[in-house]
Design a protein around this ligand. Structure first.
Ligand code: DX5
Ligand code: ZN
Length: 220
């Protein structure tokens, strides 16, 4: 398993030139492209759908890491996977039949992941971890890029890591929200191995390459 994965969230990319933005982060050395899907119900923002995943699939060979922040995920996972999603992560808070949807994701050929909001206890993950390849710990409240990292989430990252170890499950632990060269280091020390960044990569005043380089060097 690759030690550290950097997943570039296109939520902050320049959509007038998305192809160029993605190619730049690919050549800068990001590992995955993160697509944030929001429906205006589960979170107070509306973003992108399967069509954007399909567009990304044509632009890059990198795995596409889809983060669903929507109601009724079970109705949409198939279209995201058909569009080219490699990972599909759904939230624990609003998926009543979460096991069924996670199994559906796997059967359809993608890696299932479960995401957990800052206000939700890590203990709820115990029965879900055996069914996923990744847990995504939100380090901001979901809905927008450009928010400030919540340091209180560091102990949750460690709890998830300990929980996965106690269950003998080898999963990735992804963190999402407020990643900078400083916070990424803290998250890695707490046990995360997969890092989502939007603002720090796509809105970096020194450019995409510099943003990726800074995040990578912080992980050395
Ligand atoms: C927030 C999204 C994040 C967001 C991260 O709901 O899940 O992926 O794009 O943005 P930054 O890196 O700017 O905090
Ligand atoms: Zn996300």
């Amino acid at each position: 398993m690759t030690k550290y994965i950097l997943s570039a969230s296109i939520l902050s990319a320049d959509f007038s030139d998305l192809g160029n933005a993605i190619s730049q982060c690919e050549s800068a050395g990001t590992d995955w492209v993160h697509v944030d899907v929001m429906d205006g119900h589960f979170v107070p923002n509306i973003s992108m759908g399967p069509f954007v995943v399909e567009t990304c699939r044509r632009i890059t060979k990198l795995p596409i890491d889809v983060h669903l922040m929507i109601e009724n995920s079970e109705r949409y996972v198939e279209s995201f996977i058909k569009a080219g999603a490699s990972n599909v992560t759904i939230h624990i808070e609003n998926n009543t039949n979460i096991m069924r949807t996670l199994q559906q994701i796997r059967v359809l050929g993608a890696h299932p992941g479960v995401a957990i909001n800052p206000g939700t206890s890590a203990a709820l993950l115990e029965s879900v971890i055996p069914f996923v390849d990744m847990v995504l710990v939100m380090t901001v409240n979901p809905g927008f890029s450009g928010q400030i990292f919540m340091p209180k989430m560091l102990s949750k990252i460690t709890s998830v890591n300990n929980l996965a170890k106690s269950l003998n499950n080898s999963i990735r632990i992804e963190v999402d929200g407020g990643m900078t060269a400083e916070t990424i280091k803290q998250c890695a020390a707490a046990g995360a191995d997969t890092f989502v960044a939007a603002t720090y990569i796509f809105k970096n005043s020194k450019g995409i390459q510099a943003g990726v380089n800074e995040l990578r060097s912080a992980l050395k």
